[in-house]
Design a protein around this ligand. Structure first.
Ligand code: UDP
Ligand code: MG
Length: 376
C-alpha cells in the first residue's frame, strides 16, 4: 500500500524538476552534436546514391524508411536464408528499414521461424493470417501494416534476389514512383516462362496501356504514396503498377536476377493464367466504368433495344411490301429477345449504380482477417 511518506519521497520540488529538465536537454544536445560529428564518416562509407540521398534527407529532417514486404506460404526452409540475406543487404543501407512478413496461413513451421526472427529483431513485423487468403491478400496486408516511405515487395522463396533491392532503390531515386523487376532470365518450368506467360504479359500491357514486360515478378519498389489506399482482390497484386499509373505515378522496369526454387514448391499452376485474364477484364471495367456502371450496362441495353427495333422494322417491311408472313421468319423471337435483354441490361445498370454508391459510402473492409501481429 502506498503511504503518505512514499508520496512525500517521490515529490520533487519545482526548482529541482527544472534543473533535471535542463540537464536532460543538455545531454540531448551533446548526443546530437556527437551524431553530427559522425555524419561525414557515414558518408564516406556510403555505397550508392540512395545512401547519400538518405543521409541528406535525414539531415534535413526528412528521413526515409524502407518497408520490405514478404508474403510467406509454406516456405519454412527458405526463411532463414532469406532473412539473413535481407538483413545483410538492408543494414548496408543507411536508411531505416522494417521487414513485414505476412504468414498466409502456412501449415508448416514458417510461423515459428518468423516469430523467432521477430523475437530477435524489432525491425521484423509478422502479420499472421487465420488461414490461407492468397498472395494478393498477403501483399495487401503488408501494405496496410507498413510504415515506410518506400515499399519493396519480394517473394519469400529466394527466387528473387535481395541483392537487387539497392538497384531498385537507386532507380527509384532517379525520380520514379514505381520500379518493377523484370525476370529477364526466368528460372521456372519452361511452360510457365514461355508462350503462355509472354502472351499474358503482352495482353495485359495492351489492354491496360501500361507497358511492362513482366507483371508477375513480385520484386518491385514503390513510393508509398502511390499505393497507400489501394484495395486488391483475386490475383490483382500484379496489376498494382497499373493502379499506380492511374494515380499518376511514373513507372519503369529494370532487369532483375531470378533463381531456381531450392526449397518448397510453387503454389501455382497454369490455371492461374485464366484467373489473371479474368482479373484483367475486371481491371479494365473498373478503370473505365467503376464510378459509372450505367454507361456500360445502359450502353449495351440501348444497343440491344435498337437491334430489336431494327428487327421489328424489317419484319414490317417484309410483311407490307413483300407479303412475307411474320411467323415465317425468326424475327419476332429475335426482336422480343433483344428487347428483353436490352431492358434487363439497363435495369441491371441501375442496380449497379446503387451498389457502387453503397460501396463508396460504406466503410471499407479488407479482404483478409488477421490473427495477430508481432512487433506492430
Ligand atoms: N504465396 C503466398 N500465398 C499463396 C501463394 C503464394 O503468400 O497462397 C507466396 C509464396 O510463399 C511466395 C510467393 O507468394 O513467397 C510466390 O509464390 P510461388 O513461388 O509459389 O509463385 P511462383 O514463383 O511459382 O510464381
Ligand atoms: Mg516462386
Amino acid at each position: 500500500m502506498r503511504t503518505r511518506s512514499d508520496a512525500a519521497q517521490r515529490y520533487t520540488p519545482p526548482d529541482a524538476a527544472a534543473a533535471l529538465a535542463e540537464q536532460q536537454l543538455a545531454d540531448l544536445k551533446a548526443t546530437l552534436h556527437e551524431m553530427r560529428e559522425r555524419q561525414p564518416q557515414a558518408e564516406s562509407l556510403s555505397r550508392s546514391q540512395t545512401d547519400r540521398e538518405i543521409i541528406a534527407a535525414r539531415r534535413s529532417g526528412r528521413a526515409k524508411k524502407i518497408s520490405v514486404i514478404v508474403p510467406v506460404y509454406n516456405e519454412e526452409d527458405n526463411i532463414d536464408p532469406l532473412f539473413k540475406a535481407l538483413f545483410s543487404v538492408l543494414s548496408r543501407l543507411t536508411a531505416d528499414f522494417e521487414i513485414i512478413a505476412v504468414n498466409d496461413g502456412s501449415t508448416d513451421h514458417s510461423y515459428e521461424r518468423l516469430s523467432a526472427f521477430a523475437g530477435q529483431h524489432p525491425e521484423v513485423k509478422v502479420v499472421n493470417f487465420r488461414r490461407n487468403f492468397g498472395q494478393t491478400a498477403a501483399i495487401m496486408a503488408g501494405i496496410d501494416y507498413s510504415s515506410g516511405d518506400i515499399l519493396v515487395f519480394i517473394d519469400s522463396d529466394l527466387q528473387n534476389d535481395p541483392d537487387d533491392i539497392p538497384v531498385l532503390l537507386d532507380k527509384l531515386n532517379e525520380g520514379y514512383d514505381v520500379v518493377s523487376g523484370w525476370r529477364k532470365d526466368r528460372k521456372d518450368a519452361a511452360i510457365r516462362r514461355s508462350f503462355v506467360s509472354r502472351t499474358a504479359n503482352r495482353l495485359i500491357s495492351w489492354v491496360s496501356g501500361v507497358h511492362l514486360r513482366d507483371y508477375g515478378c513480385t520484386l518491385k519498389a514503390y513510393r508509398a504514396g502511390v499505393i497507400r489506399d489501394i484495395r486488391l482482390y483475386g490475383e490483382m497484386h500484379r496489376f498494382i503498377p497499373i493502379y499506380a499509373t492511374w494515380m499518376g505515378a511514373k513507372v519503369t522496369e529494370i532487369p532483375v536476377r531470378h533463381h531456381e526454387r531450392r526449397f518448397g514448391r510453387s503454389k501455382y499452376g497454369l490455371e492461374r493464367t485464366i484467373k489473371v485474364l479474368l482479373d484483367l477484364i475486371v481491371i479494365k471495367f473498373l478503370d473505365k466504368y467503376f464510378a459509372k456502371p450505367i454507361y456500360i450496362f445502359g450502353g449495351f441495353g440501348i444497343l440491344s433495344i435498337l437491334v430489336s427495333l431494327g428487327a421489328v422494322g424489317l419484319m414490317m417491311y417484309w410483311k407490307l411490301f413483300e407479303g412475307v408472313s411474320m411467323i415465317l421468319t425468326p424475327l419476332p423471337l429475335f426482336a422480343a429477345m433483344t428487347f428483353l435483354v436490352g431492358a434487363m441490361s439497363i435495369l441491371m445498370g441501375l442496380l449497379a449504380e446503387m451498389i457502387v454508391r453503397t460501396y463508396f459510402e460504406s466503410q471499407r473492409r479488407g479482404p483478409y482477417e488477421v490473427r495477430n501481429v508481432l512487433n506492430r
